[in-house]
Design a protein around this ligand. Structure first.
Ligand SMILES: *Cc1c(COP(=O)(O)O)cnc(C)c1O
Length: 235
């Protein structure tokens, strides 16, 4: 059986060669280990293997794990977030990747203010046009939301996030990522602080790196296939 540290080594080597192939620098890319469905001891194993950033996509699971892990790490929340669950996430999240409405941004701002924190956020963009996906649909929606968020003093927009369509078609994946990159450049010209591109998962991170990703979100390639037959507490 493959150990986490062996998986991680492969991922790191792949990142290294992607970065080299497109003339980028390794320091431009943060590797986020998406630990959803995995146990706290797996997270600690990842920390020991050198991982620094971890991501979860369910608010309650995020709250519980981020309370259980006492070690210092960088927490990312990247799932669909309902306003009534914002309070579970803001306390420990260094970054919230999935902001897609003013209503949600306002709620995050409210909780951040309550605990005297400036919350880093990313706007989620639906770059594939798939109906089932969350996220802003186009540049105009992004621009409008960015403008409105300017009045919220306890959130700090730092980037954009997207989920590519579920396909192995390289052209479609590349188009989705390059679209996010173009939107980032355009909005960043106006706002100046939206620099991060959170894109690329187990099956497509090499392409995402070529298209400018600064945060890649990898679960399966690090932790192995997710076992959803038991909850993370029961494993
Ligand atoms: C699960 C998840 C990932 C990681 O997916 P893998 O294919 O296992 O690497 C990345 N981003 C989000 C938002 C996720 O929910």
């Amino acid at each position: 059986m493959m150990m986490l540290k062996d998986n991680l080594k492969i991922v790191q080597e792949n990142i290294q060669s992607s970065v080299q192939n497109c003339g980028r620098d390794l320091s431009e890319i943060s590797l986020i280990a998406v630990s959803k469905t995995n146990t706290v001891s797996k997270i600690l194993e990842g920390l020991n293997a050198g991982l620094t950033d971890f991501g979860e996509n369910k608010a309650v699971e995020f709250r519980d794990k981020s309370e259980l892990v006492k070690e210092k790490l960088i927490w990312h929340f990247m799932g669909h977030l309902q306003t009534n669950k914002v309070k579970y996430v803001v306390k420990n999240a260094n970054f919230i990747h999935s902001v897609e409405s003013f209503k949600l941004a306002k709620e995050i701002n409210k909780y951040a203010e309550k605990i005297d924190k400036i919350q880093n956020i990313l706007f989620e963009v639906n770059t594939s046009g798939e109906e089932a996906k969350f996220g802003l649909r186009n540049y105009d929606e992004l621009y409008e939301l960015t403008e409105k968020c300017g009045e919220l003093s306890n959130i700090k927009p730092v980037g954009l996030m997207t989920m590519a369509p579920f396909t192995s078609n390289e052209n479609i994946l590349r188009k989705s990522f390059s679209k996010l990159s173009e939107m980032r450049n355009k909005i960043n010209n106006k706002v100046g602080s939206i620099k991060e591109l959170s894109m690329g998962m187990t099956n497509d991170y090499a392409i995402a790196i070529e298209e400018g990703a600064t945060m890649i979100r990898i679960g399966t390639a690090i932790f192995g296939a997710r076992d959803v037959s038991l909850s993370w507490r029961e494993k």
